[in-house]
Design a protein around this ligand. Structure first.
Ligand code: NDP
Ligand code: 8X3
Length: 249
């Protein structure tokens, strides 16, 4: 039987591209997200190798129940791709909406750790598995307006590093992927709540694309089992980190 990957946030952007790529690589893929019609379209496109599963990452009960709720032949998840996530707003902290902060923390941090906790015991018991999470350069390099979004991604990075410690001696791999500017997804539409402003983010750039992320995930999971990629930081060639700032006077 082919290996099973569970990809969260497979209804758009990176997650959709990762699900498509892993099916092409020969995996069976459980694709999750909230938008049922997108999941159904993906299932129609990819056939029996894809199991569409509606899952809201803010629904704690559904996450806890997920391992037992999977059909028997889909329960042995080999790869968890923690991809579902979002940024909301680009305001300075002192002007930000606290409910936006709460949703980012609930999705990017709480949902991600709860799903990881739900699937990890099975991986440990089978002594095989791989947790791949989508962090961000926003979790490494601070920028104005990145406040809580960047902090959730710094959490992802450190959680992955700490999981490596807890899993030492087990054949369960852990990877954080930290991409920079990436177009071709709904990330900026969701963040800015304005499609014209979202399009303007990428104008005149040649950003990373969801297929670049899918290619990276494919490489990481298909390496020989003794190889663990701890962390990958990737940016388009048109992007680099800014320097430190000083205010004078
Ligand atoms: P998209 O907005 O295109 O996709 C986000 C996905 O997450 C969607 O499938 C959405 O599904 C899902 N999602 C969001 N909230 C929830 C929720 N509460 N429950 C279940 N699913 C949810 O964004 P990207 O593909 O660009 O981003 C994917 C990941 O990569 C995110 O974690 C993002 O932070 C990270 N990232 C993005 C970068 C970029 O520049 N694009 C760069 C670095 C990291 P649905 O709405 O159907 O629930
Ligand atoms: C997305 C990258 O720089 O827009 O995580 O925050 S950035």
């Amino acid at each position: 039987m082919s290996k099973i990957a569970l990809v969260t946030g497979a209804t758009a952007g990176f997650g959709k591209a990762i699900a498509e790529r892993l099916v092409r690589d020969g995996y069976r893929v459980i694709a999750t997200g909230r938008r049922q019609e997108r999941l159904d379209a993906l299932a129609a496109q990819l056939g029996k190798a894809l199991l569409p599963l509606r899952l809201d990452m803010m629904d704690k009960a559904a996450i806890a129940a997920l391992p037992d709720a999977l059909p028997a032949e889909w329960q042995e998840v080999d790869i968890l791709v923690n991809n579902a996530g979002l940024a909301l707003g680009i305001s300075k902290a002192q002007e930000s909406d606290v409910s936006d902060w709460e949703r980012m923390i609930a999705t990017n941090v709480t949902g991600m750790v709860e799903l990881t906790r739900a699937l990890l015991p099975g991986m440990v018991a089978r002594d095989r598995g791989h947790i791949v999470s989508l962090g961000s350069t926003a979790g490494i390099y601070p920028y104005v307006g990145g406040n809580v979004y960047g902090a959730t991604k710094a959490f992802v990075e450190q959680f992955m590093r700490n999981l490596r410690c807890d899993l030492l001696g087990r054949n369960v791999r852990v990877t954080n992927i930290a991409p920079g500017l990436c177009g071709g997804s709904e990330f900026s539409n969701v963040r800015l709540r304005d499609n014209a402003k979202a399009a303007a983010v990428y104008e005149g750039t040649h950003p990373l694309l969801p297929d670049d992320i899918a290619e990276t995930v494919s490489w990481i999971v298909n390496l020989p089992p003794h190889v663990n990629i701890n962390q990958i930081e990737m940016m388009p060639i048109c992007q680099a980190a800014g320097g430190l700032s000083v205010v004078k006077g």
